[in-house]
Design a protein around this ligand. Structure first.
Ligand code: SF4
Length: 61
């Protein structure tokens, strides 16, 4: 069970479909996250991703 009652105010996030998103506030509930890129030569913000993302219903049958 994910505990997302903690709001890490150092990590603002609006991805409410992520299971680690805080329920009420636009923060991540993790202590740390990993950011990466899916591009070979990233040039814009859209080129980078939160690699800690997990879909809210991931792992549920
Ligand atoms: S893991 Fe990434 S996408 Fe998910 S709430 Fe935290 S910062 Fe947002």
């Amino acid at each position: 069970m994910v505990n997302n009652s903690f709001a890490n105010e150092s990590i603002r996030c609006s991805v409410t479909d992520c299971k680690f998103h805080h329920c009420d506030k636009n923060y991540c509930s993790l202590g740390t996250i990993t950011v990466g890129t899916h591009e070979t030569d990233p040039k814009e913000c859209q080129c980078v991703d939160c690699e800690s993302f997990k879909a809210k219903n991931e792992g549920l049958a």
